[in-house]
Design a protein around this ligand. Structure first.
Ligand code: IPM
Ligand code: MN
Length: 368
């Protein structure tokens, strides 16, 4: 990615303060490689950083019952960025760590943008026949704090044959407007020849919530006459992403649809081994969190088989968004060199190298 965001104003030293949550399963392994790359690029580009390792995740939850420990949010608010490995533990019921850790961090730190680039790197296989890196290079801006993710709902007559479950989607003008405005700004900064922002929603069925999105999109668009606009229903978007991925530049969409289409995007760009995302709070003083999109992959834990490229890409995004764009671009170029010339596949166990060796290859490529 070429667009970068000014370092948030926080009046601290020139050292980047990073909290690292390696998390569960293969999270610590991919995080270790990401940190190796961070150390190497900091040496080469001459910036300083410090890291604080946090043992949050499934193991800690099983030990203490805590997801975000007491004082944890304040600790994070004092950092410049957060690097997250993976969350998900076979011994913890589904939903507890997702809601209690990942989603809570996104919500409580008000990281209202989930930025997910879909970029096919050289040498990486896509399931789309006849498509290469020039064809797949777009970005999804997913709203990250509202929609079906808000946790509003409940049961009636739970456990009886008459049970009713309600799960509500909440959309606010403030929530969609700040996301849409950020997406327009981003499209402008990215300045690709297409310079097009596509709203993806379902206005033909979700005639309240997505009507709010539609009207807000039209209103904000007037402030950006240089940015072209388009609209896709989400189902059609899934079709076009497969048929004509080259038609997209930037997509802005709701939380739930963004979740779904970025898994499709992830597979188009070579799978969860490469896909990374940024949870951004772009406001002054906001703290953002960077993560590989894949899960904790318990079956690969400790086997040196998991692909660390996504976690390394997350470091590239972290640097781009916290005032070190040259370092971020350097990591991106090194990753592209490694995928393009050294790796057999992006699938775990089939990379032609182990996890640590891939990290070493990226470190070596940084200096080239
Ligand atoms: C993602 C994940 C999360 C989400 C889950 C783990 C809660 O799928 O980051 O896309 O739905 O946002
Ligand atoms: Mn998801």
């Amino acid at each position: 990615m070429t667009a970068s965001i000014p370092h948030r104003q926080r009046g601290r030293s020139d050292s980047l303060a990073i909290a690292v949550i390696p998390g569960d399963g293969t999270g610590p392994e991919v995080t270790a490689e990401a940190l190796k790359v961070l150390a190497a690029v900091a040496r080469l580009e001459g910036f300083r950083y410090d890291i604080e390792m946090l043992d949050w995740g499934g193991e800690r939850f099983l030990r203490t019952g805590e997801t975000i420990p007491e004082g944890g949010l304040d600790l994070l608010r004092r950092k410049d960025a957060i690097l997250l490995g993976a969350i998900g533990h076979p011994g913890v019921a589904p939903g507890i760590l997702e809601k209690g850790l990942l989603l809570d961090l996104r919500f409580k730190l008000d990281q209202y943008i989930n930025l997910r680039p879909v970029k096919l790197l050289p040498g990486v296989e896509t399931p789309l026949a006849g498509r290469g890196p020039g064809d797949i290079d777009f970005v999804v801006v997913r709203e990250n704090t509202e929609d079906l993710y808000c946790g509003v709902g409940g049961y009636l007559k739970k456990g009886t044959p008459d049970e009713v479950a309600v799960q509500q989607a909440v959309y606010t003008r403030k929530g969609c407007e700040r996301c849409i405005r950020w997406a327009f700004d981003y499209t402008r900064r990215r300045n690709s020849p297409k310079k097009t922002l596509t709203l993806v929603a379902k206005t033909n069925v979700l005639t309240f919530g997505h009507d709010l999105w539609w009207r807000t999109f039209q209103d904000v668009a007037r402030e950006y006459p240089d940015v072209r606009t388009d609209y896709n229903h989400v189902d059609a978007c899934c079709m076009w992403m497969v048929k004509n991925p080259d038609a997209y530049d930037v997509i802005v969409t709701t939380n739930m649809f963004g979740d779904i289409i970025t898994d499709l995007g992830g597979i188009l760009q070579g799978g969860m081994g490469v896909a990374a995302g940024a949870n951004l709070n772009p406001d002054p003083g906001g703290v953002s969190m960077f993560e590989p999109m894949g899960g904790s992959a318990p079956k690969y834990t400790g086997t040196d088989q998991i692909n660390p490229i996504a976690a390394i890409n997350a470091v590239a995004m972290l640097l781009e968004h916290t005032g070190q764009p040259a370092a971020g671009a350097r990591v991106e170029r090194a990753v592209a060199r490694v995928t393009g010339t050294k790796m057999v596949s992006q699938a775990a166990g089939r990379m032609g190298h182990g996890t640590r060796a891939v990290g070493d290859l990226v470190v070596a490529a940084l200096a080239e």
